[in-house]
Design a protein around this ligand. Structure first.
Ligand code: KMH
Ligand code: ZN
Length: 286
């Protein structure tokens, strides 16, 4: 790692699993999700990882929801890097999940394997992984490879060897999902050692591991993801009022570690994303 290298802070502002019963601060509507993303950007996030919801909170991969979220973020003047989820929620078909690939997205997730996800199964058979990678390439999106377990790094190498995947790509080490690898220092170090050379990586620790994992990533030269998708609390028993609060804590930790947060433009350069095209609003205010 270059000493003092900038850190890309990503905010996962909603996800598919957390509910308003767990925290009243979970955003549901496109307007709420967009506001959470804009606030996270103001707090120091360079990237926002986006899911959508129906107004009643059910997970949605409906392109209309994603289009509205993207439009609202840009209408608010935010330049954050827009990363959409192709993971969606467990139980969704691959076609449904790919509804998130709307114009304006710059990155999208590529989940590298099937796994238990709590009591459910998150299906990502290898032919589907290859199909998603091809779709992202066709759309010019930078893939963020979601890695939950060590064997998924072998799948990463398999994809690279067969040119299903090529740089630029980014790796998110998601630790602490029940069914995946737990969020421990030993596991993080093991995964980082196993990454292909020159791979940009980040860690997303689930639950109370979020900030400790972020601190470790800062020390090891990685990037960090925080936000309500993975963790609802700023401290034991204290709910975060939004993902921006968690971003602010990550910024504080980053500065303390001598890693200034990257701006969205710096993040685009680090992640190999072409600069975002100028935005012309498509949202009707009527
Ligand atoms: N909701 C999880 C089942 C992604 O965004 O690509 C999958 C997920 C990963 O959140
Ligand atoms: Zn996600």
């Amino acid at each position: 790692m270059t000493v003092g290298a900038k850190v890309v802070i990503a905010a996962a502002v909603v996800g598919a699993e957390v509910t308003r019963e767990q925290s009243p601060h979970v955003p549901y509507t496109p307007a709420e999700i967009a506001r959470a993303a804009v606030d996270a950007g103001r707090a120091g996030a360079a990237v926002v990882h986006l899911h959508a919801r129906w107004p009643d909170g059910r997970p949605s991969q409906d392109p209309r929801h994603f289009r509205e979220i993207v439009e609202r973020i840009r209408d608010a003047g935010s330049g954050v890097v827009l990363q959409v989820s192709t993971g969606g929620a467990v139980g969704m078909s691959l076609d449904e999940r790919l509804g998130a690939l709307v114009d304006g997205a710059e990155m999208a997730t590529l989940n590298l394997g099937t796994m238990n996800f709590g009591d459910a199964v998150f299906l990502n058979p290898r032919p589907d992984v290859v199909a998603v990678a091809a779709r992202l390439r066709a759309r010019g999106l930078v893939p963020e490879c979601e890695v939950y377990d060590a064997g998924m790094l072998d799948t990463l190498r398999w994809l690279l060897e067969r040119d299903h995947l090529a740089p630029p790509y980014h790796v998110q080490l998601v630790l602490g999902v029940p069914g995946g690898m737990s969020a421990s220092e030993r596991n993080l170090r093991f995964l980082v050692e196993g990454l292909p050379a020159e791979t940009a990586w980040s860690v997303a620790g689930v639950g109370r591991a979020q900030l400790p994992m972020a601190e470790l990533a800062l020390a090891l030269g990685g990037h960090v993801r925080v936000g309500l998708e993975d963790n609802l609390y700023v401290a034991k028993g204290v709910l975060a009022r939004g993902s921006d609060e968690l971003v602010a804590l990550a910024v504080e930790r980053a500065l303390r570690a001598g890693r200034a947060p990257a701006t969205p433009e710096e993040a685009r350069a680090l992640l190999g994303i072409r600069a975002a095209k100028p935005h012309v609003s498509g949202i009707s205010t009527a």
